[in-house]
Design a protein around this ligand. Structure first.
Ligand code: PXP
Length: 247
């Protein structure tokens, strides 16, 4: 299973003091060096963590794919078309939220999204929609012409972390059905949000339907204790098991 390391929270720590350290650009380069398959970052409208300059430098310096998470706004569209990341992942954004709460409502935004994503496709930028693992959302994502969906694993993670394993397994089944449908409709399927060194082991069961996970908070949180290299390397090792065991 491929790993996208989300480095937003390196910038969160820096912005806590509006200083120059820790530097998310260094983090991206180290993550690449120790085996990450992709760098994921979210340029939020309020710039609470990643800044425009971080994105520019990361795109220039890293040689693995860059996945830019962004709200589907005109400002973000023009930034993304200028920087040209490998992929954009469209996410809903609310100013008051602590982190991205639900998936994008591709069903109600269908006609808007069909138009919004066209220039990305024309520029050769992959378009992924971050959606809840619902049949209707996956179908709508295919209908609007997205290349991929990233399935929201937040609900699964919350249940698992609360030791509600029966309910977590039900959510895992929902993720699996959504992933299967996505693949049948010709979409690439990724997943992420709320994954940790513990609960990610369950998500590996979705491989190869799900080919990539984007993980941020848990890696950065553990990096504070273990060091960043070790935190990334350990997650890379866990995800590799999905490949070798062919689950
Ligand atoms: N995927 C998407 C689309 C996200 O918005 C986020 C959070 O920025 C993540 C993955 C990573 O989530 P976490 O930080 O909980 O691992």
């Amino acid at each position: 299973m491929r790993l996208g390391v989300n480095i937003d929270h390196v910038a969160t720590l820096r912005q806590a003091r509006r200083t120059f350290e820790p530097n998310p650009v260094f983090a991206a380069l180290i993550a690449q060096q120790v085996g990450a398959d992709q760098i994921t970052l979210h340029l939020r409208e309020d710039r609470r963590h990643i800044q425009d300059r971080d994105l520019e430098l990361i795109k220039e310096l890293v040689s693995i794919p860059v996945n830019l998470e962004m709200a589907p706004t005109e400002e973000m569209k023009s930034i993304a078309l200028r920087i040209k990341p490998h992929r954009v992942t469209l996410v809903p954004e609310k100013r008051e939220e602590i982190t991205t709460e639900g998936g994008l409502d591709a069903v109600s935004l269908k006609s808007f999204l069909s138009e919004y994503i066209k220039p990305f496709k024309e520029s050769g930028i992959e378009v992924s929609l971050f959606v809840d693992p619902e049949i209707s959302q996956v179908k709508a994502s295919a209908d609007v012409g997205a290349d991929a969906v990233e399935l929201h694993t937040g609900e699964f993670a919350n249940l698992w972390n609360a030791f509600k394993f029966k309910e977590a397994h039900r959510e895992l089944e929902r993720l699996k059905s959504a992933a299967k449908l996505g693949r049948d409709l010709g979409l690439r399927v990724y997943a992420g949000h709320g994954l940790t060194y513990q609960n990610v082991k369950e998500i590996l069961k979705l491989y190869p339907l799900v080919e990539e996970l984007n993980i941020g908070h848990s890696i950065i949180a553990n990096a504070v204790i273990w060091g960043f290299e070790r935190a990334v390397r350990e997650m890379v090792e866990i995800l590799k098991k999905a490949k070798t065991e062919g689950r």
